[in-house]
Design a protein around this ligand. Structure first.
Ligand SMILES: Cc1cc2nc3c(=O)[nH]c(=O)nc-3n(C[C@H](O)[C@H](O)[C@H](O)COP(=O)(O)OP(=O)(O)OC[C@H]3O[C@@H](n4cnc5c(N)ncnc54)[C@H](O)[C@@H]3O)c2cc1C
Length: 413
C-alpha cells in the first residue's frame, strides 16, 4: 500500500555501504523510492585499477552472510572482478602471555572465514548495481538539514533548498546520523578512548591469506590480508587497523615512516618479516553507540545510524547489512499483507529481529575489549587460560566463528 500524500513512499537518507544496499534490496518493489547522499559516489571508474598497487586505506572484513547479500543484489560479481582477498585463517593472540586462538575455515567446512574488500570497491559495485534499479531517484550531492513529522509523512529539507515528503524515512546516514538527532532518538553511548589508525603496508613475508590480530596492553593491532593481483607475488600487502589510546595513536600517526614501520613489525612480533613500505596513515575516533529504539513514528534506523561498534572484530558494516536485509524482508512481507511501509507492525517486527542480535554482538566485543584492556594479574591469567582453553575446545571455538560469520542466523535475518 503506497502513501499517496507523500512525494516518495520511502526515502533512504545516506547512501554509504548500508544505505546503497538497502536501495538495491528494495529495487524490485512497486514503490517510489529516493536515495539521498551528500557525497556523489562514482559507479563508472574503478577506484584503483585492478593491477595497480594503490589501495584504499578503509577496508571491510565481510562475512559470508554479507557476501550472500551482495550476491543477491548483483554487486558481488563486480567486487570479485575488481579486487578482494578471501581469508582462510585468523590468528589472535595476547601480547602479555601465552593466550592464543586460531580460527580456520577448514575446521568449519567453509571455503573462507570472510573476505577483505576496500570500501571504495564496495561502493563502486553498489552504485553500478543501483543503475539497474528503475524505481529509484538518486539525489546526490544533497544534504538533509531538517525534518518535521506529521501523521502521514515526514517532510525532509536539504541544505540545497529542496523539500519533499516521505511515507517512510530510512536513516542510513552513519554514526553521527543527522536524522537520528533531528528526530530525537535516544541513544546509549560512551567513548572507547581509542583512535583507530588505518593504513596499508607491504611486508617482507606473504600473509598466506591469514588475518592477524595481536592484543597489546593499550589496544588491538590487526593485519588484514589484501590481494594485489601482481603476477609475481600477490600476498605481500596488508591493511592495518591499529586501535590505541589517543596519545599513543597520535604519536603513531606523526612519527616518521621508518620509525612507524619498525613499530609495526615489532608490535606484530615480526610475523610477516620487515615492513617494507607504508602508505599514508589516517585515524578515526571510536565510540560505542546504540539507539534504544530503531523505530519512531515513520522513521527507522539502520547501520551505523542505529549502532556503532569497536572495529576489533570487523562487524560494523556486516551488522548494518543484516539490518538492511531484515528491514527489506519485513517491508516485502508487509506489502504482501496490504500494509504500508511505515506500518508500526512492519517496523516493529524489524526492530525485534535486529535489536537483540546487534546488542549481543556489541556486548561480546565490549567484553573482549575490557578483558584485554585489564592489567590486573588475575584477569591477565584468566584471559590467557581462557583463550588457550577455547582454542582447545573446538566445539566452542567453531560456534564463535560461525556466529561472527553470520552463519547461524535465523532465516530472513
Ligand atoms: C577503522 C575502522 C575499521 C572498520 N572495519 C570494519 C570491518 O572490517 N568490517 C565491518 O563490518 N565494519 C568495519 N568498520 C565499520 C564500518 O566501516 C561501518 O559500520 C560502516 O561504514 C557503516 O556504514 P553505513 O552505511 O551505516 O554508514 P556510513 O558509511 O557512515 O555512510 C553514511 C552515509 O550517509 C551520508 N550522510 C551523512 N549525513 C548525511 C546528511 N545529513 N544528508 C545526506 N547524506 C548524509 C554520508 O555521506 C555517507 O555516505 C570499521 C570502522 C572503522 C572506523
Amino acid at each position: 500500500m503506497k502513501t499517496d500524500a507523500a512525494d516518495f513512499d520511502i526515502v533512504i537518507v545516506g547512501g554509504g555501504m548500508v544505505g546503497a544496499s538497502m536501495a538495491c534490496l528494495l529495487g524490485s518493489l512497486d514503490l517510489r523510492i529516493a536515495l539521498i547522499d551528500r557525497t556523489q559516489y562514482d559507479s563508472t571508474q574503478l577506484p584503483f585499477a585492478q593491477d595497480s598497487l594503490k589501495f584504499d586505506a578503509r577496508v571491510s572484513a565481510l562475512t559470508p552472510a554479507s557476501q550472500k547479500i551482495f550476491s543477491e543484489i548483483g554487486a558481488w560479481e563486480a567486487i570479485n572482478a575488481m579486487r578482494c582477498c578471501p581469508y582462510q585463517d585468523i590468528e589472535v593472540w595476547d601480547a602479555d602471555g601465552t593466550g592464543r586462538i586460531h580460527f580456520s575455515a577448514a575446521e568449519i567446512n567453509q571455503q573462507s572465514l570472510g573476505t577483505i574488500v576496500e570500501n571504495s570497491i564496495i561502493n563502486t559495485a553498489l552504485y553500478a548495481a543501483l543503475e539497474k534499479v528503475s524505481n529509484l531517484k538518486l539525489m546526490a550531492p544533497a544534504t538533509i538539514k531538517d525534518l518535521s513529522v506529521n501523521n502521514a509523512s515526514t517532510i525532509l529539507e536539504t541544505e540545497e533548498g529542496q523539500q519533499f515528503a516521505a511515507g517512510l524515512v530510512i536513516a542510513a546516514d552513519g554514526a553521527n546520523s543527522r536524522i537520528r538527532e533531528l528526530a530525537g532518538f535516544k541513544t546509549r553511548e560512551w567513548d572507547y578512548n581509542h583512535l583507530a589508525l588505518v593504513t596499508t603496508v607491504r611486508t617482507e613475508l606473504p600473509h598466506k591469506q591469514t588475518a592477524l590480530q595481536r592484543f597489546i596492553d593499550t589496544g588491538p593491532l590487526a593485519f588484514l590480508p589484501l590481494a594485489s593481483k601482481r603476477e609475481d607475488d600477490d600476498q605481500d600487502y596488508c591493511s592495518i587497523v591499529w586501535s590505541d589510546v589517543p596519545d599513543r595513536a597520535q604519536q603513531l600517526l606523526e612519527m616518521p615512516d621508518d620509525q612507524f614501520r619498525h613499530e609495526l613489525a615489532t608490535n606484530i612480533e615480526n610475523k610477516l618479516g620487515t615492513i617494507e613500505w607504508v602508505d599514508k596513515r589516517y585515524s578515526f575516533p571510536l565510540r560505542q553507540r546504540h539507539a534504544l529504539d530503531y523505530v519512531q513514528d515513520n522513521i527507522v534506523l539502520i547501520g551505523d545510524a542505529a549502532h556503532t561498534i569497536h572495529p576489533l572484530a570487523g562487524q560494523g558494516v556486516n551488522l548494518g547489512l543484516l539490518d538492511a536485509a531484515a528491514l527489506a524482508a519485513e517491508l516485502v512481507r508487509g506489502l504482501e499483507a496490504g500494509r504500508s511501509p511505515a506500518d508500526p507492525t512492519v517496523l516493529g517486527r524489524y526492530q525485534r529481529k535486529r535489536i537483540g542480535h546487534n546488542l549481543g554482538m556489541m556486548w561480546l566485543m565490549e567484553g573482549f575489549k575490557h578483558l584485554f584492556a585489564e592489567q590486573a594479574l588475575p584477569v591477565r591469567w584468566l584471559r590467557n587460560v581462557g583463550m588457550s582453553g577455547v582454542d582447545n575446545i573446538s566445539m566452542i571455538k567453531n560456534h564463535l566463528a560461525r556466529k561472527a560469520m553470520g552463519l547461524d542466523l535465523p532465516r530472513n535475518n
